[in-house]
Design a protein around this ligand. Structure first.
Ligand code: AMP
Length: 114
């Protein structure tokens, strides 16, 4: 999608600090980290958000969780724990309308979140 900042990262039109990439997904560090480790994992397919997940495209969500588990092990925080967050819509504070999963690690994460 032309105006989407994450599509531009996928196309290398704007820079990002990339952790992992394959044909379906991209993982990169959040530019404004909320934890010592904070990455975003996105599908390469432009999907607006969680409300746009259907029977047609839902397999990407499972695949993203598979990639997150792999990266968590590689980065060494799988055992101590981490948080996966998806913000959907205005009240949740979604600012980029290309579905993405935040992965926060390496600090105590309070519950409930704000
Ligand atoms: P959300 O508020 O859930 O939509 O999350 C969007 C996230 O994207 C925020 O945590 C931003 O810091 C992050 N973000 C925005 N632009 C960039 C960028 N160019 N590179 C990396 N992260 C970004």
């Amino acid at each position: 999608m032309e105006d989407c900042i994450f599509c531009k990262i996928i196309k290398r039109e704007i820079p990002a600090n990339i952790i992992y990439e394959d044909e379906r997904v991209l993982a990169f560090y959040d530019v404004d980290p909320k934890a010592p480790f904070h990455m975003l994992v996105i599908p390469k397919e432009h999907i607006e958000g969680a409300n746009a997940i259907t029977g047609e495209n839902s397999s990407i969500v499972g695949y993203i969780f598979e990639v997150i588990a792999k990266i968590a092990k590689e980065q060494g925080f799988a055992e101590e724990g981490y948080r996966i967050v998806n913000n959907c819509g205005e009240k949740a504070g979604q600012t980029v309308h290309h579905i993405h999963f935040h992965v926060l690690a390496r600090r105590d994460l309070g519950w409930p979140p704000g």
